[in-house]
Design a protein around this ligand. Structure first.
Ligand SMILES: *Cc1c(COP(=O)(O)O)cnc(C)c1O
Length: 394
């Protein structure tokens, strides 16, 4: 016999208080309008809708300027961006790559597409992302440092990269994480898919590792329909990223010569056109998402067992997905709360299943995951579209 959770009515009341009155309210919706119509028409009129065109160049330049990265290379999606970034970072077949167990499946899929094995590690309570202290202690146990990445003394494989992921837009505590990575000479590649607009100590996420990647999928803060970006400060890596994502074709007026096995991953101009328009709206999205986050935080301030997940210290989050934690909740209580909120028309969602628990990743190496295991039963993403703030408060 289980008792109905007192959390469901409390959460429903807070959602009704913060959000506009229409139902259903989805988890996250893109905001598109006249600006997007105009650039898409211009793109169609130009005749260049495919993998070359002025909007690709413009989107890359504005994204590089916005993030402070020296180079930005637009590609078809975030998963492809991560696969390419890992390969450029030197990840080779047979290597292991450290990833958080608490992430979207694309993080681990990209590791496998790059020929390597994901090696799962735990999250920190404060950031929901990779825990530098736990990683340090774990590597001290299992890793032997070498000149180019550590060796896993259990599996014998090289640990070639560490991939911190900025969960729901909240930056990982990067300073201690980079110290750990340096100590083992392991390359850092940031999965910043969710953190366009998020900064750590004043610097944009995705620009701390050797390479970083972003996603512009339809549900992300900035969308190109589908799309991704690779950023790096290394000119040689940037040139290689460009070459390898455009079939390694040698520049020539009319000849088709290719000099390596490569990908066809470049972002089409029509998607980049959307990106150019969305870049102009991004500052406004960030302001309204922060206001929505503030309203949620206030609404849960007095709740006993519900806490709003605020941006970590030293960070400014984009609040891509506003998130609450149900303290001491079990999986069944979480399900009950999600059933009640979704029945009432609020598009609330649980965290992902831990990647380490998915059928295809069950046999992969992993650190102890006590924090990630408790977080997955306790996190709920709340409706987070920027439009919700203007709709509720204009
Ligand atoms: C969205 C996302 C990706 C992948 O992006 P796609 O553009 O959907 O391929 C990768 N990692 C994380 C953490 C994401 O949220």
């Amino acid at each position: 016999m289980t008792f109905p959770s007192e959390l469901a009515p409390e959460l429903l009341a807070a959602l009704a208080h913060v959000l506009p009155t229409y139902r259903p309210i989805n988890l996250h919706e893109p905001e598109l309008g006249d600006l997007e119509q105009t650039v898409l028409t211009a793109c169609v009129d130009s005749g260049f809708v495919s993998s070359v065109g002025a909007f690709v160049d413009e989107f890359e330049a504005s994204f590089a300027a916005y993030t402070g990265a020296r180079h930005a290379i637009a590609v078809v999606n975030g998963t492809a961006a991560l696969e390419v970034a890992l390969t450029l970072a030197g990840v080779e077949p047979g290597d292991e790559v450290i990833v958080p167990a608490l992430s979207f499946v694309g993080t681990a899929n990209a590791v496998v597409h790059a020929g390597a094995t994901p090696h799962f590690v735990d999250s920190a309570e404060a950031t929901l992302g990779m825990d530098p202290a736990a990683l340090d202690a774990y590597l001290a146990e299992i890793a032997v440092p070498s000149a180019h990445g550590a060796t896993n003394r259990v599996t014998g494989a090289r640990i070639a990269a560490i991939v911190p992921m900025h969960t729901y837009g909240h930056p990982v505590d990067l300073a201690p994480l980079l110290t750990v990575a340096d100590a083992y000479a392991i390359t850092v590649v940031e999965d910043a898919a969710e953190s366009v607009g998020s900064t750590y100590r004043g610097r944009h996420t995705g620009t701390f590792g050797r390479l970083g990647i972003f996603s512009f999928n339809g549900n992300k803060i900035l969308t190109t329909g589908g799309g991704g970006m690779i950023v790096t400060d290394d000119a040689a890596l940037a040139a290689r990223a460009r070459h390898l994502t455009t079939t390694a074709k040698l520049p020539h007026a009319w000849d088709f010569e290719h000099d390596e096995v490569a990908w066809n991953y470049r972002m089409p101009n029509i998607n980049a056109a959307l990106g150019c328009a969305q870049m102009q709206r991004l500052p406004d999205f960030l302001v309204r998402k922060r206001a929505l986050a503030d309203a949620y935080r206030t609404a849960f301030a007095d709740a006993d067992r519900i806490s709003f997940v605020s941006e970590p210290e030293h960070s400014e989050s984009n609040y891509w997905l506003c998130t609450i934690r149900l303290h001491d909740a079990t999986k069944s209580e979480l399900s009950e709360v999600l059933a009640a909120t979704n029945a009432a028309g609020f598009g609330c969602r649980p965290a992902w299943h831990l990647l380490s628990s998915l059928a295809m990743y069950k046999a992969c190496p992993r650190a102890p995951l006590p924090v990630a295991e408790s977080l997955v039963d306790q996190l709920i993403n709340l409706p987070s579209s920027p439009a919700l703030w203007s709709a509720a408060h204009e």
